[in-house]
Design a protein around this ligand. Structure first.
Ligand SMILES: *Cc1c(COP(=O)(O)O)cnc(C)c1O
Length: 406
């Protein structure tokens, strides 16, 4: 069977008659004209069999949804204006007053902020569980738990959980699972194929910040919600419709243009991040380097089992992110000076574009408790872009000398 990247490039598209260009057209519309009242009444957008209004989909968004679902191994997809909107759409669809949602303590920060803000104000409770202790997740699932968020690896600290065990636990308790799959991008592992032939296992929902690798340019904000269950998809879709979450045709066009090269870019980001993370391991300024593909990094065995499975001779896949814990003997001012001294790594949020980025984090304020597997110190996260890796390494080295040479 061809690999998903090949399928993606050859995904069926029917151009207008005698205009056999392989790239899909960019259709823009609010209004769609119907030939008569009967057509207006009978046309159905929910199953993509027809077009009724721009907000409910265009040929451009439908084809992008199909391709994204295929990459992640799903069957249905919804597009939303950002990765965070995807998280919010899932929460607003599935949670009611009195319900409870469980979120890993290392989740993407704004997911936790949403739980503490709107969800709490609407009577929806939340708990943060220890992502590295499946027993803690099992213990926290209660009779009101309706949704469990999963993230592999965690944001910023990049520890890789036992995702398979977590999903199994939630399945056994009948609780819906939603994975934030932005890091894996549908390339590092298959969220809907986590089990074996004899014992299939899948998450219920995979959300993805298309802002990152699918866009690849640092110029588009978009999110997706992929499922394999039609009833669940319809539920999410009705919330999506009631909230009016449309995406722009030009943004969809950029995504369609970028997707075929995503797998190549992902590999390049991966190779650079691993090389730089290994180099950082040899530096005395860092007491810990966090990258799930490095032996000794928290959750490395879980990463290896999931992301390098079936290909022992190959290195497995990982995104272009790594973090370092800077020795606590250095002051915050020195750490700030290190980040300021970087020339190629720019200070900025998000990741997935061609430019390397760096963000210093105050971890103590981001976690319920300091994770036992993390050394004490100041955490700095890097996103390796597509620059030459030797240039990136030289940049790290000059900034370390500038900031820490006493
Ligand atoms: C960036 C990111 C998001 C949010 O995406 P936006 O499009 O910026 O809203 C969600 N989850 C993870 C893990 C992310 O890295």
């Amino acid at each position: 069977m061809p690999c998903p990247t090949t399928d993606l490039i050859h995904h069926p598209y029917v151009p207008p008659a005698e205009f056999a260009a392989p790239q899909p057209g960019v259709f823009k519309a609010s209004t769609v004209i119907f030939p008569n009242v009967a057509a207006m009444r009978s046309r159905e957008w929910r199953d993509k069999s027809g077009y009724t209004y721009g907000l409910h989909g265009t040929p451009t968004t439908f084809i992008l949804e199909e391709r994204l679902a295929a990459i992640e191994g799903g069957l249905q997809c919804l597009l939303v204006p950002s990765g965070l909107a995807a998280i919010a759409n899932v929460a607003l669809s599935l949670l009611r007053s009195g319900d409870e949602v469980l979120i890993p303590d290392n989740a993407y920060g704004p997911n936790k902020t949403l739980a503490r803000g709107e969800l709490q104000a609407w009577g929806i409770r939340h708990r943060f569980y220890d992502p590295m202790d499946p027993a803690d997740l099992a213990a926290q699932i209660g009779e009101h738990t309706r949704l469990v968020w999963l993230e592999a690896p965690g944001s910023v600290t990049l520890e890789f959980p036992d995702l398979v065990e977590q999903v199994r636990t939630c399945r056994a308790r009948g609780v819906t699972t939603a994975l934030d799959n932005t890091w894996g991008a549908g390339l590092a592992f298959d969220p809907f194929d986590l089990g074996t032939l004899d014992a299939p296992l899948a998450v219920d929902i995979s959300v993805h910040a298309l802002t990152k690798y699918p866009s690849g340019g640092g110029d588009v904000l978009m999110g997706s919600i992929v499922t394999r269950d039609d009833a669940l998809h319809q539920r999410l879709k009705m919330t999506h419709m009631r909230l009016g979450l449309g995406v722009g045709a030009n943004d969809a066009e950029v995504l369609l243009r970028s997707l075929p090269s995503m797998s190549l870019r992902y590999r390049a980001h991966d190779a650079s991040a691993r090389a730089l993370a290994r180099w950082c391991q040899g530096r005395p300024e860092f007491v810990q380097v966090l990258h799930p593909a490095l032996a000794g990094s928290p959750g490395h065995a879980h990463w290896a089992a999931l992301c390098a499975r079936g290909e022992p001779e190959r290195p497995g896949r990982a995104a272009g992110l790594f973090s370092v814990v800077i020795d606590p003997r250095y002051t915050q001012a020195q750490v700030d000076a290190f980040c300021d001294a970087l020339r190629l790594f720019k200070l900025g949020y998000s990741w997935g574009g061609p430019m390397s980025l760096v963000v210093p984090y105050e971890l103590a304020q981001m976690r319920v408790r300091w994770p036992a597997h993390l050394q004490r110190g100041t955490l700095v996260r890097f996103s390796a872009g597509l620059e030459d890796v030797a240039d990136l390494q030289a940049d790290l080295e000059q900034a370390l000398v500038a900031a820490f040479a006493a």
